[in-house]
Design a protein around this ligand. Structure first.
Ligand code: GLN
Length: 216
């Protein structure tokens, strides 16, 4: 089995679940494919620990931080253990949660999972009313053969700087990185779940499969 979950404390997890189901169906329809996908919403430490990969969705990092801090930060600690070992896809607020450095408008004591050596700036792409859909340039051919995909930005964080040469840039918008990867962690400024395009969920599922089954 391949167990993939979406952290469902808060924010846009439903759309991620639906995109994962569509990708799992496409992969499973290939004849030679032996995988059985289980796609679940994860809200507790035990629901997180059984997963092979997790998506941290968009939403509000302030609210997520409060929920992860409950019971002596048990969820935060579980997610930090997870991120060291297994694939994580963070979109929008999820990217902020897995970034090592955060600039601007942080609440006092706001928690983060960390792991990707980038500096992000919250809400750098403007307010809710300035939300927009725009084509990205994909810079890593492992992500997709098509060079451009339209993606949605909603109060999106910018990636202000790449702070280590371990970080790979997967896509840019106006020459600024908007998708990055470090080891098992993939962070997107935008919402990969809000268009019909499955590029990023496919890429994530392939990463999960590779990490689980490929001999290293
Ligand atoms: N602005 C939000 C935050 O900083 C993220 C926005 C989003 O996920 N759409 O938490």
């Amino acid at each position: 089995d391949v167990n993939v979950g979406v952290l469902a404390l808060q924010g846009g997890f439903i759309e991620h679940i639906s995109h994962l189901h569509q990708c799992a169906k496409i992969i499973s329809e290939k004849d030679d494919n032996p995988y059985c996908f289980k796609i679940t919403e994860a809200r507790t430490v035990s629901e997180i620990e059984i997963l092979d990969g997790i998506i941290i969705p968009g939403g509000e990092t302030t609210a997520m931080s409060i929920l992860m801090g409950k019971n002596d930060q048990e969820l935060l600690k579980a997610l930090q253990r997870f991120a060291i070992a297994k694939p994580v896809l963070g979109t929008c607020a999820g990217l902020i949660m897995i970034a090592n450095n955060i600039k601007g408008q942080m609440e006092m004591g706001q928690l983060k999972i960390g792991g990707i050596d980038v500096t992000v700036c919250r809400n750098a792409y403007g307010a809710q009313l300035q939300s927009f859909e725009a084509p990205l340039t994909i810079t890593d051919c492992d992500v997709s053969d098509s060079r451009s995909t339209p993606m949605v930005f909603i109060r999106a964080p910018s990636i202000e700087s790449i702070d280590s040469n371990k970080v790979q840039v997967l896509a840019t918008y106006k020459n600024v990185p908007v998708a990055v990867r470090q080891n098992n962690l993939i962070g997107l400024s935008f919402h990969s779940e809000l268009t019909d395009n499955l590029t990023w969920h496919m890429y994530f599922l392939k990463t999960v499969i590779n990490e689980k089954f490929l001999v290293k």
